[in-house]
Design a protein around this ligand. Sequence first.
Ligand SMILES: Nc1ncnc2c1ncn2[C@@H]1O[C@H](COP(=O)(O)OP(=O)(O)OP(=O)(O)O)[C@@H](O)[C@H]1O
Ligand SMILES: [Mg+2]
Length: 292
Amino acid sequence: MTLLSEKPAAVRPAPTVDPVLSLRDVRIGNPHTGAEIVHGVSLELTPGKVVGVVGESGSGKTLTCRAALGILPANLAVTSGSIEIAGADISTLGSREWTALRGSTISAVFQDPASYLNPSIQVGPQVAEVLRVKKGLKRREARHRAIELLQAVHLRQPELVYSQYPHELSGGMLQRILIAAACAADPQVLIADEATTALDVTVQAEILDLLADLRDSTGLALVVVSHDLAVVAQLCEEVLVMRDGAVVEHGPTSQVLYRPEHDYTRLLIDEHEQYGLHRFVKGKNVPEEQAS
Ligand SMILES: Nc1ncnc2c1ncn2[C@@H]1O[C@H](COP(=O)(O)OP(=O)(O)OP(=O)(O)O)[C@@H](O)[C@H]1O
Ligand SMILES: [Mg+2]
């Protein structure tokens, strides 16, 4: 036997995949007053990867997402660091380039889906409109594809739902419509900012399953934002814990949940003991001795 054949397989380098979204030490603040709100966030998303962002209200989760989507409030800006989407540095993009990227490369769903839909237009045509604008589909094709999308987000009787108005649908169904619209132009990254917060627990679990499903079937990469650690534990392989605009902890979900290094993370975990948080991560990246 030669020495060479005894070489462990683990030395083989893993194939490298280019990140679809990459934030490097992103700081957000008011450039006029110099006030800084987000003090350096870094994360990297490869296809199919799901990263969770948790933290109390006002910790900077939404502003971080909005920076990645190029929709920061007018008084705020990324003051240092860099954001790249599919290899393009977003600080170099003009508004036309942004419009092309938004929806087709990076997309988002937020809390309160009803407020993102026009109440006086049937929901199906609103999804079809995205297909017409972003994918250049003709009216008939757009309708056909929109119905397929409604089916893909597990809406029963998609043809019927297509012709319904927002007020005729439940919150969970509306969030599915929004997810269908957000995925219409085949984005590589979907940001779900408190997308399940307003829904009851059962519907919330169904929507999280749907996101996992989309990830599995399309390789969609996800940023899942929540103040609820149980939500991200269910879906994410990596978690970022934010407090007062700073990242206090960042690592694989199992590590953050089982070996939290920061008191604040411990506090978040303790708050969830009653929901049996650990149940969610069992058998999912968790070494045997930790899961038992
Ligand atoms: N346009 C703005 N100008 C100045 N400060 C802002 C602006 N928008 C948000 N902020 C502040 O930035 C901080 C972070 O806000 P952000 O919305 O990102 O928090 P969050 O973590 O998403 O909270 P929540 O869980 O409530 O959604 C908050 O203190 C908020 O008041
Ligand atoms: Mg928020």
